[in-house]
Design a protein around this ligand. Structure first.
Ligand code: F1P
Length: 307
């Protein structure tokens, strides 16, 4: 078994621990604060999911930005950064720029990294750190931590229930038609949109697969043109009315697990990415052209140092 597959399998326990940690942690955004959440790659997509969840919880306006595109001139009460490695240049530069102007909280797997000095407050989720280059359990555990910190969110299961769904998602066989497809489009509404983005990235990172990801209601506005026989449309969370019929009309395969927590369904997409990588003769632990973290040197066109 690859290290990536082994790390994917620990997520139910990782999320339970995240919920306990969140209950004891003081530095989370407070209800009513105007918050921005940030990160790069997978961490940015978790930021997008959390921002939508926090607004759904009625806890205040919450924006999400890729760290490289963060509007530093805007007024926020708190900025939350997610970085597994603690070394990503864009995140560190942003935290440095915000120092003394906005209180910052960083979630990381490794407190012995520069992020410890760059953020005002640190949440260390080291039990979810990964040997794998592509992120799976750290990302969902960071989201579980933030999600648990929101308390009750209307229409969204508590993290403990999501962990029960995750138990099934780590073991249940993946449908043949999904495994054998040549293309996958991931969709979601609300916070599940961030998870759709992450599913698409995971498949690209681990398996070099052709994936697309959209807000579910945007799918009919063009992207459905991609769907057809041998191609999958995968919906996280609630299935929009009429969508199943439209996917069937164009000959696509629909995957939806509307009753399962969307974060648990992301585990299925992570497993699909690993299975596909192996089927294509790639090593999921050594993804093509990728490294654990991207550190930019010099900052003006000079090459990146991949850690
Ligand atoms: C962010 C990240 C990863 C991505 C890639 C490069 O890392 O963009 O999500 O998979 O390997 O780094 P981090 O800031 O969360 O450590």
């Amino acid at each position: 078994m690859s290290r990536t597959a082994a790390e994917i399998a620990t997520q139910p326990a990782d999320w339970r621990r995240a919920a306990e940690a969140a209950a004891a942690f003081e530095g989370l955004p407070r209800p009513g604060e105007r918050v921005a959440v940030t990160g790069c790659g997978t961490s940015w997509f978790m930021a997008i999911a959390y921002a939508a969840l926090r607004e759904a919880a009625g806890q205040g306006e919450t924006d999400a930005f890729a760290a490289s595109e963060f509007p530093v001139g805007r007024a926020y009460d708190r900025v939350v950064a997610i970085t597994r490695s603690g070394t990503t240049t864009e995140v560190l530069e942003l935290l440095t720029a915000l120092r003394g102007r906005v209180p910052t909280l960083a979630l990381t797997a490794d407190p012995r990294t520069p992020v410890a000095g760059a953020a005002d407050t640190l949440a260390v989720l080291d039990w979810a750190d990964e040997e794998s280059v592509v992120q799976t359990r750290f990302a969902t555990t960071a989201l579980a931590f933030l999600r648990a910190g929101l308390g009750e969110v209307p229409g969204v299961k508590p993290v403990a229930e999501a962990a029960v769904d995750a138990e099934l998602a780590v073991t249940e066989p993946l449908p043949e038609a999904v495994l054998e497809a040549e293309q996958w489009t991931f969709l979601g509404r609300g916070w599940a949109y961030g998870l759709a983005l992450e599913a698409g990235l995971k498949m690209r990172e681990a398996a070099g697969a052709w994936t697309e990801a959209y807000p579910a209601m945007e799918y009919r506005h063009g992207p459905i043109a991609i769907t057809g026989p041998g191609r999958v449309t995968w919906v996280f969370g609630a299935l929009p009315e009429g969508l199943a019929g439209e996917v069937a009309r164009v000959g696509g395969t629909l995957h939806d697990h509307a009753t399962a927590d969307p974060m648990a369904d992301l585990i299925r997409a992570q497993r699909l990415a690993v299975t596909l990588a192996e089927a294509r003769g790639q090593d999921p632990d050594r993804p093509r052209n990728l490294t654990r973290s991207v550190v930019l040197e010099g900052r003006s066109g000079s090459p990146a140092r991949h850690l």
